[in-house]
Ligand binder design. Structure first.
Ligand code: G3I
Length: 373
C-alpha cells in the first residue's frame, strides 16, 4: 500500500483526510467510492475526462528529470502538462542569435511518451526576458525579434502543442491607458498591434494549436479585478472584430485565502461574454495562497480546499471551459514557497498533493468539482 510507506504520521494524516473526504463524497457522489480512492485507481484526469475536461498541472524539466516519484504521480494524475518556465524567453534564448531547445525537446518527448497533452507557455510576456533583451531590442527591430521567436519556437513543435499562451498578462488597468493595456517593451516598441502580430504569426506557424490570451486577477469581486475583467473583455472583443486568430482565454486563478470574495453572477457573466465571442476558456494556473491562514494543517487544508471548490463550482458551470490546470501538482514544488512564503516558517500548502505526493483535501475538492458537473 503506497500510502503507508513513508511513516506513521503520514498514515494518520491520510486516514483523517480520507475520513473527512468520504463524508464529503457521501453527500455528492454516487459513482466514486472511498475504496477506489484508497486503492488509487482513480485520478484527477479521470474525473475531468468523464466530463470532457482536461486536468493537468505546471511543472519543469528539472523536476521531472530528477524526481522519479513525482514524475510517476504526474503521469497518473494529469492529462496535460504546462512547462512552468522552460518555454520562456530567458530559458530558450541564451543569446540574441541562438535558441537552446534541450529542455523543451525533452519535455515534448516526455509528454508524447506518456500520453500527455502539452501547453506552450509563453510566447510574448513583459517578464522572464533574457538579460541581453534590453540592450538589443528596440523600436527598429522588435517586430523582427518577435516574429522570428514565434516562427522558430512554434514552428519547431507544430502539431505537438495543444495550446499556446501566445500573449501573457498584457492588461494592467493601473497603468492608466484607456484600453487598459500594460506598459511593456512590446507595447512601447510595437504599439497595441504587437498582440495581433503575435497571434497571426503563431497561427501561421502552427494552424492546429489553440491560441490563447492568458491573464491573472480575473476572479474576485474587487474594483481592481472588475477593471481587469472589463479591459480583458474589451481586448478580446477588439481582437475578434479584427479577425485575429485567437481561440481561447486563459484565466490564471492564483487565488488566496483572504477577505476578498467571489461574486458568482459577475464571474459567470464575464465568462459568458467571453464564450459569446466564440472563445474557449481554460483555467490555466490554479493554486491557493495560504499565507494568511493560521498554521494548523487540517484547518488550513480545509480552507484552501473550500476555495478550490467554490471557485470551480462557479467556473465549471460555463460550458466553454475545456481545462483545469493547477500551477504545480504537489506542495513539494510550488512557486509560492519562494514568492509567497508563510511568516511562521511552515511549508505552504497550495496544491492538490502534499509534500509526500499524497492527496489533500484540495485534491478531493477538485475531484468533487470535476465530477459533479
Ligand atoms: O533557473 C534559474 C536558476 O538557474 C537560478 O539559479 C535561480 C536563481 O534564483 O533562478 C532560476 O530561475 C527562476 C525560475 O523561476 C526557475 O525556478 C527565476 O529566478 C524565477 O524568477 C522563476 O520564477 C517563475 C516566474 O513565473 C517568473 O518567470 C516561477 O517559477 C513561475 O511559477 C512563475 O509563473 C508565472 C507564470 O509564468 C505567469 N503567471 C504568473 C505565474 C506566477 O508568477
Amino acid at each position: 500500500m503506497p500510502f503507508f510507506k513513508s511513516n506513521r504520521r503520514s498514515f494518520l494524516s491520510w486516514f483523517v483526510v480520507t475520513l473527512t473526504s468520504t463524508i464529503w463524497f457521501q453527500k455528492s457522489s454516487a459513482s466514486v467510492t472511498a475504496i477506489q480512492i484508497w486503492e488509487r485507481t482513480i485520478f484527477l484526469k479521470d474525473y475531468a475526462t468523464n466530463n470532457n475536461l482536461l486536468y493537468g498541472a505546471a511543472t519543469q524539466y528539472s523536476i521531472l528529470d530528477r524526481d522519479r516519484d513525482f514524475a510517476r504521480r504526474f503521469i497518473e494524475e494529469c492529462a496535460i502538462l504546462v512547462p512552468e518556465n522552460d518555454f520562456k524567453w530567458e530559458k530558450l534564448r541564451p543569446t540574441p542569435q541562438s535558441f537552446d531547445f534541450t529542455k523543451t525537446d525533452w519535455l515534448v518527448g516526455f509528454a508524447l511518451r506518456n500520453n500527455l497533452k502539452l501547453r506552450g507557455h509563453t510566447l510574448v510576456w513583459y517578464k522572464a526576458l533574457p538579460d541581453w533583451f534590453a540592450a538589443k531590442v528596440d523600436r527598429t527591430n522588435a517586430a523582427r525579434y518577435l516574429v522570428e521567436h514565434i516562427n522558430t519556437v512554434v514552428g519547431r513543435y507544430a502539431g505537438k502543442i495543444h495550446s499556446w499562451d501566445v500573449v501573457n498578462e498584457a492588461i494592467e488597468p493601473k497603468h492608466g491607458r484607456n484600453d487598459g493595456l500594460r506598459s511593456s517593451p512590446w507595447l512601447e516598441y510595437l504599439r497595441e498591434e504587437y498582440i495581433e502580430l503575435a497571434f497571426h504569426t503563431a497561427a501561421a506557424a502552427d494552424p492546429q494549436a489553440l491560441l490563447t490570451y492568458n491573464d491573472y486577477d480575473l476572479a474576485y469581486d474587487t474594483p481592481e479585478q472588475e477593471a481587469r475583467r472589463t479591459a480583458t473583455l474589451k481586448l478580446l472583443e477588439r481582437l475578434k472584430t479584427k479577425d485575429v486568430p485567437i481561440g481561447a482565454l486563459g484565466m490564471q486563478a492564483h487565488l488566496y485565502a483572504g477577505s476578498d470574495r467571489f461574486n458568482a453572477k459577475k464571474l459567470q457573466g464575464f465568462m459568458q461574454n467571453v464564450a459569446d465571442l466564440g472563445l474557449k476558456i481554460l483555467v490555466t494556473e490554479l493554486d491557493v495562497v495560504d499565507r494568511s491562514l493560521e498554521a494548523a494543517t487540517l484547518f488550513r487544508d480545509r480552507a484552501v480546499a473550500d476555495i478550490y471548490r467554490e471557485y470551480l463550482d462557479i467556473v465549471l458551470a460555463q460550458p466553454a471551459v475545456i481545462a483545469v490546470i493547477t500551477w504545480g501538482l504537489s506542495d513539494r514544488y510550488t512557486w509560492l514557497k519562494k514568492f509567497r512564503p508563510r511568516n511562521d516558517g511552515t511549508n505552504v500548502r497550495p496544491l492538490p498533493l502534499d509534500d509526500n505526493l499524497d492527496p489533500k483535501l484540495a485534491w478531493f475538492a477538485l475531484a468533487n468539482a470535476l465530477q459533479s458537473l
